[in-house]
Design a protein around this ligand. Structure first.
Ligand code: APR
Length: 343
């Protein structure tokens, strides 16, 4: 009798599912564990990309009953076809997330018609705070990677709720923004994206600060390859990269490139790659900013943020970075006000 037949002869289908789920959570105990909170479009795609990499087990957690379980089981069933042994578990509670090496927070809602920015901020603040508190106690050694929007503000919330050192609470925005920048540069010059590097600083989207003089094609600065007006157009398209996709999709927002960007960060941590990539981190005087999460180049490895890489900025670049930091400060102040009003 097969395992399934034995199980079914003794248990209901529901009990069998539970047995299979337990089996999935325990059978790869030697692998690192990544918990992805929010099993929506981005969370599900992150789980899929991680499954394909086949080096870590994945726990998907969502507030919606059945959603993380369904996606985890579906992804498990792709394993035999695609040849991966990643164990994936879906849950609505945090028990299975214990002892995670990396926790990715994607949970949140997008702005709905008629919803004010403050309402969105308040809702996502509550979600990010509660999931961080739920997950951190049983995974005290985890590196937390935040994706929920507004990104830099949500990093503040996760950092406050987690009580972890700043090295282990990091936001994803710059990897995505620089990937968009690289895509548009490669399209413009008709060259491989592999040979294009891009350098961005600052907040996500509108307040992003692209540094074209440090953006290159095989080491050649793009300022030598493209006229200033084309570079300006590419920079603008990059800053509006998310909105362009929202406009095309009509409902929902980008998730393939955001998920890929998160996975690059998970790789850097779990494989201790010491990648030099732009991430949102708590600055404590670096770049003349204190006490705010802002996107800057960091070295990302097994210990999380291992170094902040400071470069000399021109006056214009510094001013743009500080405008970006001011926008984060404004959001943090709004959150403090909303917190007082809600208290
Ligand atoms: N706990 C766990 N999961 C939650 C919670 C919560 N308290 N609140 C919401 N979620 C889940 C939702 O049920 C949903 O499945 O978060 C998931 C978000 O998924 P999507 O709506 O598909 O959003 P996605 O496109 O993946 O975007 C992810 O990026 O742009 C940001 O702020 C946006 O938080 C969003 C994130």
């Amino acid at each position: 009798m097969t395992f399934a037949e034995t199980a079914l002869s003794h248990a209901s289908l529901e009990e069998y599912s539970r047995m299979a789920e337990t089996k999935a959570t325990t059978r790869r105990a030697g692998r690192p564990k990544v918990t992805v909170v929010g099993a929506g479009m981005t969370g599900g795609t992150i789980a899929q990309l991680l499954a394909l990499r086949d080096y870590a087990d994945v726990v998907l957690v969502d507030i919606v009953e059945g959603l993380p379980q369904g996606k985890a089981l579906d992804l498990m069933q792709a394993g035999p076809v695609l040849g991966y042994d990643t164990a994936l578990t879906g849950a609505n509670v945090y028990e299975d997330a214990a002892n995670s090496d990396v926790v990715v927070i994607t949970s949140g809602i997008a702005r709905k018609p008629g919803m004010s920015r403050d309402d969105l901020l308040k809702t996502n603040m509550g979600i990010v705070r509660s999931v961080t508190e739920s997950v951190v106690g049983s995974s005290p050694d985890a590196v937390i990677i935040v994706l929920s929007n507004p990104l830099d503000a949500m990093c503040h919330v996760a950092f406050d709720a987690a009580g972890l050192p700043r090295e282990r609470v990091i936001g994803q925005a710059g990897v995505l923004d620089s990937a968009r920048f690289r895509t548009f540069i490669a399209m413009e010059l008709d060259v491989s994206v592999e040979d294009v590097t891009a350098f961005v600083l600052g907040g996500h989207g509108d307040t992003m600060v692209p540094l074209s003089r440090y953006s290159t094609v095989a080491g050649i600065p793009i300022t030598e390859l493209l006229p200033a007006d084309r570079i300006a157009a590419i920079e603008e398209r990059t800053a509006n990269g998310g909105a362009e996709i929202v406009g095309l999709l009509k409902s929902g927002s980008a998730y393939y490139a955001p998920a890929a960007s998160i996975v690059a960060m998970v790789d850097a941590v779990l494989l201790d790659k010491k990648r030099v990539i732009p991430c949102s981190v708590l600055l404590q005087g670096e770049y003349g900013v204190d006490g705010l999460f802002v996107g800057v180049p960091i070295k990302l490895g097994a210990n999380g943020m291992e170094q902040i890489i400071e470069i000399t900025l021109s006056d214009d670049e510094r001013a743009a970075l500080h405008r970006s930091a001011d926008a984060v400060k404004e959001l943090v102040e709004t959150m403090e006000r909303l917190g007082r009003e809600g208290a």
